[in-house]
Design a protein around this ligand. Sequence first.
Ligand SMILES: [Zn+2]
Length: 287
Amino acid sequence: MKKQAAAVFEKLLSAYDRHHSIGDITPTFCRLFGITEPECCGAQAIAPVVDHAAKIFGGEGKTERALLFCTDAMGDHQRELFPEAFNKIARVAGLRIPSVSVSPSVTPVCYGTIFTGTAPVVHGILKYEKPVLTVETIFDVFAKAGKRVAIVAVNDCSIDRIFRQRNIDYYSCRNDEVSFARTMEILESDRYDFIVSYMIGYDAAQHSFGCESPEAAAQAALAAERFEILAQTMDKYWKNFNRVLTLVPDHGGHMIDEVHGAHGTELAEDMLVSHYYRLFEKSRESK
Ligand SMILES: [Zn+2]
């Protein structure tokens, strides 16, 4: 499984001339927390992130809290369309990792890869469908290691469906606003070590009104604003912990007619994304 996945990633990296795939998230967070990666994982931990963490946290595996903000369809094409929003994200994060998505570039296939570290042919979601994954995921290995894990997402979306039946908590929300409010609540009460929080807004707007429409622009700006709020909230309520905030888009998107945006192809507009990492050391006074 590992070799098969590694071969798929290798091919994608060379085809799109990138050093990292979206699947690298899983081995990277396993290294950050000092947890063994899922058995099917064929992706590779991102050295600049792991090294930076070891440097500022004083060793490997010393991350204590993480929040992964999954902004659907906020790829590198969107980064070109909305420089202001993405500059804000980059400023807040500090570290940008240009990455390549997987094919077909649709949400359940991509997040399936992101949270298993393996290729679609191994995790089994090969098209737009939302079965519960049967391979080992990052959620399984974190739960097994005693970490408290939560997924906060809009009801019935891919992330809400494909990672069910794990020993973690699921917050299935009516819309993005409720989902963001829940995320803030559980951050403030420090109930979890590892939180995945999903935002569907930009993707929904690009499908309905176009990638560059005012509606889509507003959602991109909102995602950047929420990323900044999450960083500030973590600094307040997680200040006693080594912490990581990451922006985790799944794919990008492009125009398919005069009005509508979409994704799912192997075009660069769909396949190229960047993941943003913000690492912060626990406050020294509390040590
Ligand atoms: Zn998506």
